[in-house]
Design a protein. Sequence first.
Length: 444
Amino acid sequence: MNALLELLRANKQGQSKGIYAVCSAHPMVLRAAIQQAKADNSLLLIEATANQVNQDGGYTGMQPSDFIQFVKDMATALGLSQQQLCFGGDHLGPVCWTALPAAEAMAKAETLIEAYVRAGFGKIHLDTSMPCAGDPHPLPDMLIAERAARLCQVAEQTAASMAEPTSLCYVIGTEVPAPGGVATLEHQLQPTPVANVAHTITLHQQAFAALGLGADVWQKVIAVVVQPGVEFDNTQVHAFDAVASTELADFIAKDPQLVFEAHSTDFQPPSRYQQLVQQHFAILKVGPQLTFALREALFALCYIEQQLVPVEQQSHLIAVSERVMQLQPAHWQKFYPGNAVEQQLLRQYSFSDRIRYYWQQPELQLAVNRLLQNLSSVAIPLPLLSQFMPLQYQALLNGELSGELSSAPEALLQHHIGLVLKMYASACGLAGDCRANAQRAEAA
């Protein structure tokens, strides 16, 4: 946790430093993230979302302790130091139980918080912004703050009861994007007004104090979630406008302890990530773009497979994914509007990557394994690589990828996901090339 706080302090001091949070539970994404952190010798912040990982298993089937052990085991196998790992819980609150009355949903949320803290999650996003059954719409800011304070109290009590307590820090905020993404962009997406941010901070301070959570606990609040003016839907991306967010940046620069946490930063142009960090959006959340890159690479490999492998031996991954998603529409149906043709297009190619909820399905896992096995036993001709994976083709020409591609489809996958991670790492001043450049500048 100290390493995370040092990065945020550096950002507060005007350095172009920050941290990206990998919000994904997919093994191939996590592997790529660990490899990126190892190459950069940097801190790696991995976050589990309440609907992915919870006391009931979430859609991954993992409880919080299972998830941390899974990541730690992978990090050990790949040679990443445990000291370089930092774990966060995203959208921790009643989000999974909003169909229940508020008292029941919050009781579930308290159990969730306790499980995350006991498992070793140190960065806790207190998200009570969503109404439960019987709640007023929209939920009053004061009620959001009071519920967040209650969850913070549970976290503090849980840590105090542990023989080796986890060092905790908190993220607050009422203008929180919907977990999982949005179906359509707002027509005019505006940054959060400064007055709203100040009001949110004040209400949370008051709610903390009302529960006896004093200055020592408030000092653990490291960030506030606001709308910086970034978002994406199925087919569009709203790019960050640094000029429009100047007032926000000036406001948070004067706060002695807080930075901004930016959600839904996926798919921004690289220069915009740097601008976000410079304007004290020091925590950049990324998730759907990573699984989008995973899907992009897997489908590209599937197209290559179609050219090289007899049809009866092929994985038919794209067709399998379509069948699985149609048979189980709950995870995509409300996000993908339109007629049958339009919905099929979105299931396969939407920026709002809903296929990430299905990769753990046994039928899809078998298809992915068949695809990788098929391509491990054939040589991928360079023209096919250029046609379907042009970024990896260029990396091969530039010596960034080994020429031994005949048995390394997973290396192509990892490289494609890694391109997204490297972009974030560079913006946060964590990438190896950034550090080397800085050292050269100092020597000069």
